[in-house]
Design a protein around this ligand. Structure first.
Ligand code: IMP
Length: 209
């Protein structure tokens, strides 16, 4: 991180103690909590603290992660960690991008969302590329307004029809580069070792502990 004069600023370290996970998704909260326990971090979720879920009004993954983390830190008086993630398809100018969850509609129907992605690619014609990547932005905010951000990604291609039922979201149509199976066909440990989330967490762990 650099200051207004372009000088490199030291990344703020996170000491042992309590941290809010700014998410209302119990699966995410558990996974992140397990990951941070070995650094002496005790996690509590935004839902447990009854914190409101802010509207994701940012135009980037980083901006949305930042606004969630900063609100949780401000309201709780504790450091807070938030993530924001999604699938970006090059031929669709980065869509669904920050709207990845919303493409599944009110019913969170990812069968429909995957079909919409495929239909949009096909509508571009037979010569269009299928390159895509997942992004995961992490924001770590302190109650004084300081925030550190990290962004991980994994590159791959979109393939049709969907393959595998081991994942969630868009996993069944995403094949990471260098592999012959989709994220939906991989064992969770294999996906977690190479995912956009793993990349972002590795960057954060290296920087703040
Ligand atoms: P959010 O970060 O909780 O807002 O979720 C964004 C959306 O992106 C999720 O609902 C998924 O549809 C999609 N997404 C993010 N990460 C993954 C992944 O690892 N696999 C499949 N879909 C994902």
């Amino acid at each position: 991180m650099s200051d207004e004069f372009g000088q490199e600023q030291a990344i703020r370290k996170l000491g042992p103690g309590k941290l809010v996970i700014a998410s209302h998704n119990p699966g995410k909260v558990r996974e992140i909590g397990e990951l941070l326990a070995r650094f002496g971090i005790e996690t509590v979720s935004a839902a447990e603290l009854d914190l409101p879920e802010p509207d994701e009004t940012g135009t980037t993954f980083i901006a949305n992660a930042e606004l969630k983390a900063m609100q949780a830190a401000d309201l709780s008086g504790l450091p807070a960690l938030a993530d924001d993630s999604g699938l970006c398809v090059e031929a669709l100018n980065g869509d669904p991008g920050i709207f990845s969850a919303r493409w599944a509609g009110e019913d969170k129907d990812f069968g429909l969302a995957m079909q919409l992605v495929w239909d949009a690619i096909e509508a571009k014609g037979p010569d269009v590329g299928h390159d895509a990547h997942f992004v995961c932005a992490l924001a770590l905010a302190w109650p004084d307004g300081h925030v550190e951000v990290f962004e991980g990604r994994v590159d791959g291609t979109i393939s049709w029809p969907p393959r595998g039922t081991k994942g969630f979201g868009y996993d069944a149509i995403f094949q990471p580069n260098g592999h012959t199976v989709s994220f939906g066909e991989m064992e969770p440990e294999q996906k977690h070792a190479m995912s956009h989330r793993a990349d972002a967490f590795a960057q954060m762990v290296a920087a703040v502990f």
